[in-house]
Design a protein around this ligand. Structure first.
Ligand SMILES: *Cc1c(COP(=O)(O)O)cnc(C)c1O
Ligand SMILES: *[C@@H]1O[C@H](CO)[C@@H](O)[C@H](O)[C@H]1NC(C)=O
Ligand SMILES: *[C@@H]1O[C@H](CO)[C@@H](O)[C@H](O)[C@H]1NC(C)=O
Ligand SMILES: CC(=O)N[C@H]1CO[C@H](CO)[C@@H](O)[C@@H]1O
Length: 285
């Protein structure tokens, strides 16, 4: 969050305009809507599905930053990064992608013309659910601007956390490759199960996002979201009956985790379940 906040504060002046998407990390959305607005910064939320609206908004020529997750948390939608970067750049808008759910192994937005890439290093980069950190990448000029704000905000990483990340990075490629594979298997298994209503995973051919995801990602990551054919309590029973995943909120580590986002956030599908990891349980379907 510190990486996200420092980036937005550094790049968007008072009177600026941030465009973001409706299915985006909820804390980042809340920061844009509730805090940036107090500084006279306007925000517009566009459904990623609505390319026409996105195009119209970006064509207004007053957008400072376009900010979104790709893949999004929790519905795993994605954006055509190269296409939208072009729309941004022709009107002087900076494109910032939170690429956390893709991981740096599966997606490299800077090579697709994004200006700034944010990762929660808490997830795939550190990879062991034992550290909280974030990182940003981009041109030297942009990073220099953001760095000044980062220091003011006091978000300096501790040496201990930095060490854990350096250590975790050494196995990131191996972890992500395994998670790509086991998650795709899990998504297919769920897709064919009669008691599962919907599965959201861009690696599935049936996903409306498959085509775009495939064109810009080498793998689809370790998070699978799905809806059980039941209600809130049915989904709770489902989760409580699971033997392998821990009930916890994070992703990208070595344990399989499961969460029910809407058991705590009351604005969408109560039967939505997000499952992450599937790392070391390949034989145990
Ligand atoms: C977890 C997450 C964050 C926030 O990361 P922290 O390291 O917990 O601050 C931001 N964006 C996305 C997409 C995330 O999944
Ligand atoms: C944004 O850029 C496009 C392409 O250059 C141009 O057609 C459009 O008029 C621009 N919008 C504004 C408001 O200048
Ligand atoms: C967009 O939404 C419509 C209606 O909800 C749906 O039919 C379509 O498949 C969606 N497209 C994508 C890319 O998700
Ligand atoms: C970069 C990477 O590891 N990609 C892998 C992701 O998973 C798929 C299988 O689902 C592999 O084919 C990719 O090589």
């Amino acid at each position: 969050m510190n990486a996200i906040v420092a980036t937005l504060l550094a790049l968007v002046p008072p009177g600026g305009h941030v465009v973001t998407t409706t299915d985006c990390y909820s804390e980042a959305r809340a920061f844009i809507r509730e805090r940036l607005s107090k500084m006279g910064i306007r925000s517009t939320f566009v459904d990623l599905n609505n390319t026409e609206k996105l195009k119209a908004v970006l064509d207004q020529d007053d957008v400072t930053v376009f900010y979104t997750d790709s893949l999004t948390n929790p519905h795993l939608k994605c954006i055509d990064i190269k296409l939208v970067a072009e729309l941004c750049h022709r009107n002087g808008t900076l494109m910032c992608i939170d690429s956390t759910l893709a991981s740096p192994i599966n997606q490299k937005p800077l090579t697709l013309d994004a200006d700034i890439v944010v990762h929660s290093a808490t997830k795939y980069i550190a990879g062991h659910h034992d550290v909280i950190a974030g990182c940003i990448s981009g041109s030297e000029a942009l990073i220099k601007t953001i760095r000044a704000w980062h220091q003011d905000l006091g978000g300096a990483i501790s040496p201990d956390a930095a060490y854990m990340i350096i250590r975790g990075l050494k196995t990131m490629a191996l972890r992500v490759e395994t998670q790509n594979r086991t998650s795709l298997r899990m998504a297919r298994l769920l897709e064919n199960h009669p008691k599962i209503e919907d599965v959201y995973y861009p690696g599935l051919k049936s996903s409306p996002w498959h085509h775009v995801a495939k064109s810009q990602m080498t793998g689809f990551g370790g998070v699978v979201s799905f809806e059980v054919a039941s209600d809130l309590h049915g989904a709770m029973r489902f989760i409580d009956a699971l033997e392998i995943p821990f009930i916890a909120t994070s992703l990208g580590g070595c344990e399989s985790l499961v969460q029910q986002p809407d058991a705590v956030v009351h604005d969408a599908n109560f039967n939505l379940i997000t499952c992450v990891g599937f790392c070391f349980h390949q034989g145990s379907e």
